[in-house]
Design a protein around this ligand. Structure first.
Ligand code: SF4
Length: 422
């Protein structure tokens, strides 16, 4: 497979040109077309000679590709579906599926104690997704799985076994959210996700591979609104800090003067709190941070988010408190509201205590119902009371407006649908 030009730094583009027997300035022209002008095909790069394009394209791929699907909401929110080919295409499927596969290989074993909560809609259509008690994998395995390259993950790792499916494409989503004065793109950073959050369709599908910086940047370049985007949030499929190198490279291209030249203030990275990479991110980047909190009680958070076992929310907050968020860089906390689970005064008060003294904002998020999940979204009245209680106790809190419900804008819904229809 040819190396992709998209995602290269200015210096790397110049070296690529030189490696094809061209002058280095051709690399600068490429950066200008790809990043400043956001042009995605060779034919429109009119100041690069035909011979130079020929030489470059023999060795390199531009790295751009059109979306393979689009849905438009009545509110203008637009969801794009991209086909990607993650390196190695190694899957890590949810733990429960691994167990079922093991059980199928061992006659006499039974999974009756596991409560079946939904169909697996990925590439194993005959396999049910099962919710287990919060026991889950060991802390060591969670950390190992996330911090090591997926190619080294062995049987029994956090979210289950690895399955090699060379050559089969995966699908990732981006959502463009138009507002009065901005157009925000919510981008994916991985095909699937290892984190297994119970309320998330992407988590249900398991991990299908790391995106390259080119796959991430292509989501910006190949959509209809490429020229008009003003902001981005890394809040689509995947855990961005579990693919730190590709995400930080994409941020470099987005913020460099030779790249998109965006201010870091226009970029927010959302994480569940992968601690080692979070420290790297806070030390090395100036973009905003959003932390998926969802519950102030560690044991309840663990019920929804297995990663709580590896990276306790209290440790995450201890780290965040070491950095200054009173200036340009901001930290916010995402709090999805589930009726009867995390939406009452007890939770609001615990959240106030947890965040006391931190310069931050809490975003309350309406839960987009997913199939076979036991909780509904909290009521408007509960969300408003929760918001008011936080605001009255000096914790800035807003309810995020819900967008694109009619096009399955919840993370992973469209990709899951696509995979299940294959
Ligand atoms: S909510 Fe985010 S971190 Fe959790 S499984 Fe979904 S994509 Fe992964």
């Amino acid at each position: 497979m040819k190396e992709k030009l998209l995602g290269m730094t200015l210096e790397e583009l110049k070296q690529a040109a030189v490696s094809c027997g061209l002058k280095g300035f051709v690399g600068a022209q490429l950066a200008d077309w790809l990043y400043a002008k956001r042009v995605t095909d060779w034919d429109r790069m009119v100041n690069i000679s035909k011979a130079a394009k020929q030489a470059l394209s023999e060795k390199y791929d531009l790295g751009t590709s059109k979306p393979v699907g689009t849905s438009v909401s009545t509110d203008g929110t637009k969801k794009y579906l991209f086909e990607v080919h993650p390196a190695g295409n190694n899957k890590i499927i949810p733990d429960a599926i691994t167990e079922k596969k093991r059980a199928q290989n061992q006659p006499g074993n039974s999974l009756v104690e596991n409560e079946i909560v939904g169909e697996m809609t990925g590439n194993q259509p005959d396999v049910k997704f099962e919710r287990r008690s919060v026991s889950g994998p060991s802390v060591e395995n969670i950390k190992k799985t996330v911090t090591e390259d997926c190619s080294t993950v062995q049987d029994g790792c956090r979210m289950g076994d690895r399955i090699d499916e060379q050559g089969k494409p995966e699908y990732v989503e981006s959502v463009m959210i138009p507002e009065e004065d901005r157009k925000t793109l919510c981008v994916s950073s991985q095909a699937g996700c290892k984190m297994g959050c119970k309320f998330c369709m992407t988590g249900r599908h398991g991990f299908h591979g790391q995106l390259q910086a080119a796959d991430i940047l292509n989501q910006f370049l190949s959509i209809d609104e490429a020229q008009d985007l003003t902001n981005t949030v890394f809040m689509g499929m995947g855990e961005p800090l579990d693919n730190y190198d590709a995400v930080s490279r994409a941020i470099e291209v987005l913020t460099a003067p030779w790249g998109f030249a965006w201010s870091p203030k226009r970029i927010t990275v959302s994480t569940i709190g992968v601690l080692p990479a979070l420290k790297k991110y806070l030390d090395g980047q100036r973009c905003h941070l959003a932390v998926s909190l969802h519950n102030p009680f560690p044991e309840e958070r663990l019920q929804m988010m297995p990663a709580q076992k590896a990276w306790d929310i209290r440790e995450i907050l201890d780290l965040i408190r070491q950095y200054d968020f009173s200036g340009q860089r901001r930290v916010s906390f995402e709090y999805t509201m589930f009726k009867g689970f995390n939406d009452d005064k007890r939770h609001a008060d615990a959240l106030i205590r947890l965040l006391r003294g931190l310069e931050c904002r809490v975003n309350l998020i309406r839960f987009h119902k997913i199939p076979d999940f036991p909780y509904d979204c909290a009521t408007d009245a509960a969300m408003e009371a929760f918001r008011d209680r936080l605001n009255n106790h000096q914790v800035l809190c807003t309810i995020r407006s819900s967008r694109g419900e009619d096009i399955l804008a919840a993370c992973g819904m469209l990709a899951g649908q696509h995979s299940s229809s294959d």
